[in-house]
Structure formats: C-alpha cells, structure tokens
Design a protein around this ligand. Structure first.
Ligand code: NDP
Length: 259
C-alpha cells in the first residue's frame, strides 16, 4: 500500500471547480489522507450539492466545513471545528484554493472591484494561514526527527496563477488585462514569500501553485486543461515538494514561474 500523502488537509473553496476536484482526487487516491476538511462558504446551498454527495459517500474521511474566507468569524469557527476533529493532532496541509476573478480592464475597474478581489484572494489566505498556524506548527512538531520540509509534514499551498507573474506580464497582458485579479495574485505571491520566511523556523513549507488554464466557471469552456488533468498534476507537485520549493511559484507540471 502507498504511504499516505499526509494525515490531514484543508481545502478552501471546495464546492466546485478545482477545489471540488482536489477533494475528489484526494479521497480517491491510494495514499488518501485520513481526514479531509472541505471548506465551503455555503454548505447547505445548491452550489454545495455535489460536495455534500461526495462527503456522504466518504463520511469517515471528508468533513464539510463552513468557511467563508472573507469572514474572520467563519475562519475562527472553522479552525475550532478542525482542531476538535483532529483530536490533539496537527493539520498537515492547507490548500488556499478559494479565489475570485471579475472582468477587469481599466475601464471596468474601480475601488470596489480592487478591494473585493483583494479581500478574497489575499486577505483570506493570510487570515487562514494566521488562524491555522498553531495547528500547522503542531503537525510539523509531530516529526521530531525530521528537519526537512514537505507537504506530508506541514505546508501551505496558495493557488496562484501565471497572470500573477510580473516578468511574464508584457507577453500576456493584452489577452487578459484583469487588473484586480493580476494585482491580487501578485500580492498573494508576496504573502507566500513572507510566510515562507516566517514559518521556516517552524518547519512549515509555503509555496504558490499555478493550476494551468482550467475548464471551470472561472477558466471558461475554452480553457485547454480539464479539471481532472490540472488537479492530477497539482497533486503530483504537492506530494513531491521539498525545502527548495518553499517560497517559489510553480505550475501544475512542477515548472518554476518567475515572479
Ligand atoms: P471557480 O470560480 O470555478 O471556483 C471558485 C471557488 O472559490 C468556489 O468554490 C467558490 O465558492 C470559492 N470561493 C470564492 N470566494 C470564496 C470565499 N469568500 N470563501 C470561500 N470560498 C470562496 O474557480 P476555479 O476552481 O477555476 O479556481 C480555483 C483557484 O484557482 C482560484 O484561486 C483561481 O484564482 C485559481 N486559478 C484558476 C485558473 C483557471 O483557469 N480556472 C487559472 C489560474 C488560477 P462559491 O461556489 O461559494 O462561489
């Protein structure tokens, strides 16, 4: 039997798109985690039906957690619930997947658009990392003889995008201007760098991951990658992360993207 990829994982925004597929592939994997916390902002709403059905089928592994990443109260409640369910153990892996994009040419973008997208794409992952930090530390400390970092020990994966890359902006800006999205994801990358430095002492790996251009509501039907293909690549990258990957931006094939 394959060794477990990690004991426990939290995925935010897991009721549809890449997040739902992450939960599906995590639970179907021969090295499935023991506990999967599937964060979702409206677990009883119509958009969570598929996730609820999946959780029903795997009641022993999947816990659906109400988690609106823009709400401090929701994050605090979710971290308490996860802590209780972990029963004294730490949380190994957080995948900050929840994100938003809106049409974003300069003409379409005002203060509200910038602030709303920033709140979900940057403030959310920051508050999640901060609130779950004690549980990540606890997970890292469960490996007293291990000094290296990995996703099976303790890690935060921030789902970013190629469009966050300042270096690559001149070649893809005209295809997708997206001011709020690009700026917020570039800030998310800086959050990754800050957290990677800050959490190094705790043995927690932090990185940004680009899933490719994927057929989801956000990516649209013309995207070249099926959700399953993107997520299977993401899973391979996540399970093979080592110390050298902390504080980097990789794509779903494991290739480095310049900031
Ligand atoms: P979708 O729009 O298909 O799904 C977004 C998910 O995020 C939904 O589950 C949504 O929940 C959730 N979400 C949004 N805001 C919040 C919030 N405040 N609290 C909790 N959950 C929230 O997007 P994708 O699956 O395509 O994208 C997932 C991630 O991948 C995002 O971070 C995105 O930026 C990134 N990405 C996607 C690409 C693509 O081509 N699809 C390319 C590059 C990066 P709800 O149903 O409640 O709205």
């Amino acid at each position: 039997m394959a060794s477990r990829m990690c004991d426990s994982v939290l995925v935010t925004g897991s009721n549809r798109g890449i997040g739902l597929e992450l939960v599906r592939q995590l639970v179907d994997s021969p090295s499935s985690p023991l506990q999967i916390f599937a964060g979702c902002r409206d677990p009883n709403g119509p958009r969570a039906q598929e996730l609820q059905e999946l959780a029903q089928k795997h009641q022993d592994v999947i816990t659906v957690v109400q988690l609106d990443t823009t709400s401090l109260a929701s994050i605090a409640d979710a971290s308490k619930l996860v802590e209780a369910k972990l029963n004294g153990r730490g949380l190994n892996l957080i995948i900050n997947n929840a994100g938003v994009n809106i049409p974003g040419s300069l003409a379409e973008t005002g203060k509200r658009e910038m602030v709303d997208v920033f709140t979900t794409n940057v403030v959310g992952p920051m508050l999640i990392a901060k609130n779950f930090h004690p549980l990540l530390c606890k997970a890292a400390a469960q490996f007293p003889h291990q000094t290296s970092m990995s996703s099976s020990r303790s890690a935060v994966v921030n789902v970013s995008t190629l469009l966050s890359s300042i270096t690559r902006c001149p070649e893809n800006f005209s295809i997708s201007p997206m001011y709020p999205y690009r700026v917020s994801k570039a800030a998310l990358n800086m959050l990754t760098c800050c957290l990677a430095e800050d959490f190094k002492k705790d043995g927690i790996l932090v990185m940004s991951l680009h899933p490719g251009w994927v057929q989801t509501e956000m990516g649209g039907p013309q995207a070249p990658l099926a959700t399953a293909e993107s997520v299977s690549g993401m899973m391979k990258v996540i399970t093979s992360l080592t110390e050298k990957d902390s504080g980097t931006l990789l794509d779903w094939e494991g290739k480095n993207i310049p900031w």
